[in-house]
Write a new protein. Sequence first.
Length: 372
Amino acid sequence: MNTSPMDPPTPDGPGATPPSHRARRGFSRRAFVGGAAASAAAAGIALAAGGLTPASATAPRQMPKGFGSVAAAPHLPAGFKQMFTSRLVQAGGLRQHVVIGGDGPPLLLVHGWPENWYAWRMVMPELARHYTVIAVDQRGIGLTAKPRSGYDTRTLANDLVALMDALGHERFAVAGHDTGLIIGYALAADHPERVARVALLEVPGPPTLKASPPLFIDEAHNNRLWHIPFNRVDHELTEKLVRGREEIFFGYEFDIQGGQKLPDYAREYYVRLFSDPETLRGGFGLYRAWDTTTAQNAKRSDNKLTMPVLAIGGSESWGDLVGKAMIPLANDVQGVVIPGAGHWVAEQAPRELLSELTRFLAPYRRAAGPSR
C-alpha cells in the first residue's frame, strides 16, 4: 500500500495527540483463549469509564486487553487509543465485543470475512469527529462469543439490535462490508424503524437463489467465489483442512479479491485472529447458514428498503454491480464506484470511502441536531 496521510502511524508514537473533539472513553492463541475466557466469565455489561451504563449492568466494569482488543491492535492511527475503547456488552444473550468512540449520532460498523472491527480502523477516527462510532465483532468472531448456532442473518441482525438497545441507541445508521453487507441488509429489512441510513460495501447484493451464480462459472469468478461453497460445508472437514494452513488459506483470499495488497501487519493480524479454532469455526457460521439466509432474503425482497441506501463497489472488484443489485431491493439507492479499490475498500481507499460516507451521512447528522 502506498504511504499517504491516511496510512496508520505507529500507535502512541511521536506526534500522537488526543482528538480535538470530545471523546467518550469508554492472540497468540494462548493470550486470546486466556483473556477471552476471563472476559466471558464476567457477567453483565462491560463498559469503559465514562461510557453509557444501562440500568441492567450489575457486574464490575471491565475492558478487554488481550488480542482482538484496541489495547493489543497494531499500527493504529495516531490518537486512536485515546479516542476508542474496547467494551464487552452482554446483549440479547450474547457477549459482544465493540470498539466505541466519538460523539454525535450513532454509526454502527459491521465488518466482513475474514476480518473483525479492525478492518474499519483507518476511517474510524475521522468518522468519530461527527458520530458515535460503534465497530462490532460479529457473532463467532474476535472477542464476541462463539456459540454453535445463530448464524442466519435474522439472528445476526437481532444481535445488533440488542447491542444498540444495550448501548441506549434507538435509531442509528449502519455501514456493512462483505458479510457485513449481508447482515446490514437484513438489519435494515427486518428493523426498518431502527435504521436511518445504510451503506453497503462490496458484495453484489445479499444472497438469493435467484441471483446466485451457477455452479460452473468462468475461471476468474470461480477463483474469487470458490470459498463460498467451501465455507458452506457444515462439517469439521473444512476446519481440519484450514487449521495449520491459515496463512495459505486466508492469504489467498486477501490476494485474489483485487486492488493493492493489504500491508503485512494487517494480513498477519487477521491470520492470527482466525488461527483460533473457535474463531475459525465461528467465521464459517454465516456461510453454513446460507440456505436459511437465502430463504429469509426471498421474503425480505417482497418489501423494498425505505431508508436511503449507499451501495459502494471497488473498481477492481465488484464495481457498479453492488448498486445494480440493490436497485430492486430498495427505493432510494445511490451507487458509487471507488476508483482503484478492490474488495477491501476501507483499507485500500480510506480517504475516498470517508468522502462518500461523509456525503451520504450528512442529512442523518443534520437531522440529529448538535452533538450532546
